[in-house]
Every structure is written in C-alpha cells, then in structure tokens.
Design a protein around this ligand. Structure first.
Ligand SMILES: [Zn+2]
Length: 366
C-alpha cells in the first residue's frame, strides 16, 4: 500500500482499537499470540494487556523485535508502525531461520489512559535501574519539583510556579532546565520523569518476555523500540546507547548508516539512567543490535506544557474521564505524542519501513 493511504488507515483512535487490530492482523499473518494481562482496568473499565505475536520458526536463530508503547501514549504511533509492518506482508517474507517478535503496548495502562507513564506514575525508561543500589540523584529536580507539577494550572499558584522556573532558567540556562526536568528522578512519586521505587509491572513483563521467548539464547536479536516526542516534526532519529567505536556501535552504523549516540550534542536525547535498552544489552550482550527510533513531534515547550498538565490532572484530581477538562488535557497530550497530521504520519511510516528493512538486512548479514 502506498504511504499516503497507509498513513490514513493504519493508525488507531485508541488503545482498544489498536490492540484489536494488532491481534487480528497478527492472526491473519500466521502469528502465534500471547497476552500479558495488566491487573488494572482502562478508563472505561476495559481489560488491558501487552500482546505479543511471534512469526517464523520457534527455534529461529535470528529474531527481529519491534516494540511499541514503552511510553504509553507513544503507542499510538508505534502500534501504527507495527500494523503497517504486518499488513505489508513482512511476516511472510522472513528469510529461513529468521523470526519476528512484535511486542504491542508494553505499557498498556499508559496507552489506554493516554499517559506517558505506567500505572505507578513511572517513566518506564527510567525504571530499569538496580533498586538495591544507590539510586541516581537529581538535586535540580528536587529544587523545581513543586513548580514542574504545580497545585493549579492557572491563578496565583501557577504564576508562582512559572516564576520559579523562569528564575531557574535565568540562573542556570535553558539546557540545565531541560536536563533537570527530564533526566529522571526517584524522589517525587507524582512528579514527571519519575523512575519509581521498584520494578513496575511493565518492566517485569518486559523481562518475562525476554525470558519466555529465550531471546538471550538466540544467535542474534535486532531490536527496535518505537518512541515519539523528541526532535524535529516527523523526523525519525535512531538513538543508540553503545559507544560508536564499540563492536555494537560499529554494527549499528553498518546496519543503519545514520545513528546518534545518546548524550552526544548531535542527538535529541541527553544521557539518563534506567533505560530499557540498557537492560536488553545486559541480558543479551553482543547478541543484540538495539536502537530506539524516536520521532519528533511538537516543540520542547509544548511537550513540557502538555506533560505537566497531565501530571497535574493525575496528582491533584480524581481524573473524571468524561469531564471537559480531562478531555482537553488528554487531547493535548495525545496530539503532543501523536500529531493529528497526515504529513507526520506519512513521514513516520516512510522512516519505519526504511529502518525495519535495514534491520532485516543487518540481521541476515550477522
Ligand atoms: Zn518515549
């Protein structure tokens, strides 16, 4: 299907539609499905699950893994990419000895509730730390915590929060402010970019999936984790963790040509701890080639504003799903991570098809 038509048809309106379409398309493509049920209901009382679909021989040496929904709401995009891969017939074109594992909505709660976080209010990509060890500190976040998630979104309390942030930016600069708010923090459970007090359901499920599918025992696993919300509108940046001059880093450049290392000034992503890809590397070592495909959406300030409003909603109200204020905050957040734009969606699918093809070729050559 051409990109324009695919962009108009392969993205879903909500978590329920996305998961139904994923399971249906996976079955038609001959996938073997397995559901990991989340213990919490969605906003309309619906059941939630992370659905996995396996294509190809059970004992395949090489596996392509495509994961969506690490950051909940970003699953609107990731789910569409997965449906595009399925409906383009890619499962039937896997070479001998190759399999594909599609992990749909690893954080189904965040997807259903239109949140970036898990049911524990945790950023899943700050949760993969060793909770027995000393946790990372973020003193600048502590200083700003009450301003980042203020008690109100307008009026004197909001004005005070804005003044605190303005003073911080004037003293420390723009980059320091964004690093402070987004690097991750383990001290404010209702705050933004909270890493948690222990492994979340989504983290435990991700680790169980790695074990259930014996991914650490395969010859090689190509992993793409789909994200949105950082970078220029519609641009899909491949962000990687390993040093570019390491064996893994060289493999990533061979496969994809253009990757950026997290923390490099050329990357949209600054350094942070507790990311899922780090855990995959710990468990799979040189048997994996792993990259985050991060699509840019709205401006940094828009993203901060919509995220902040959503955290205010969940920290300071009982989240009445039908209320006009909730609808507005959720619509803004959804548009922040999944812009209502035909052009954006077409760019997403163009880049996804390219990257997933490169991953398949890389896997074949390994
Ligand atoms: Zn993300």
């Amino acid at each position: 299907m051409d990109l324009e038509t695919a962009a108009a048809t392969r993205f879903s309106a909500d978590y329920g539609e996305a998961s139904r379409r994923f399971r249906h398309a996976a079955e038609i493509a001959g996938g073997r499905l397995r559901a990991y049920r989340n213990p919490n209901p969605g906003p309309r009382g619906e059941a939630l699950a992370c659905d996995c679909a396996w294509f190809g021989p059970e004992d395949a040496g090489k596996v392509l893994v495509i994961m969506s929904g690490t950051h909940g709401v970003e699953g609107f995009c990731g789910s569409g990419v997965q449906l595009d891969w399925l409906e383009e017939g890619n499962a039937a074109m896997l070479p001998p000895g190759h399999a594909a594992l599609l992990i749909h909505a690893i954080n189904p709660y965040g997807f259903a509730w239109i949140r970036r976080v898990t049911e524990e209010n945790v950023d899943l990509n700050r949760n993969f730390v060793d909770f027995a060890a000393t946790l990372p500190t973020n003193p600048a976040y502590d200083e700003l915590a009450d301003a980042l998630v203020p008690p109100a979104l307008s009026g004197p309390e909001f004005d005070k929060a804005e003044a605190t942030i303005a003073a911080f930016r004037a003293k420390h600069g723009e980059a320091a402010f964004h690093a402070a708010r987004a690097a991750g923090q383990y001290t404010h459970p209702s705050g933004i970019f909270y890493g948690g007090a222990g492994p979340t359901w989504a983290r435990r499920t991700e680790e169980v999936i790695i074990a259930d599918y014996r991914l650490a025992a395969r010859r090689h696993v190509a992993m793409i984790d789909l994200h949105t919300g950082l970078g220029p509108f519609g641009y899909g940046e491949l962000i990687v963790m390993p040093a570019l001059d390491s064996a893994h880093g060289r493999r990533l450049q061979d496969w994809y040509e253009c990757v950026t290392q997290m923390g490099d000034p050329n990357s949209v992503a600054s350094t942070r701890a507790g990311l899922g890809p780090q855990r995959w590397e710990e468990l799979l070592g040189e048997r994996t080639t792993i990259a985050t495909l991060e699509y840019g959406t709205r401006s940094r300030w828009t993203m901060f504003s919509v995220l902040r409003a959503d955290h205010w909603l969940h920290a300071h109200t009982n989240v009445d799903w039908g209320a006009a204020e909730t609808r507005r905050i959720k619509a803004d957040l959804r548009d922040g991570y999944f812009p209502d734009s035909a052009a954006w969606r077409e760019m997403v699918l163009f880049r996804a098809r390219q990257v997933l093809r490169q991953a398949g070729h890389g896997l074949a050559s390994t």
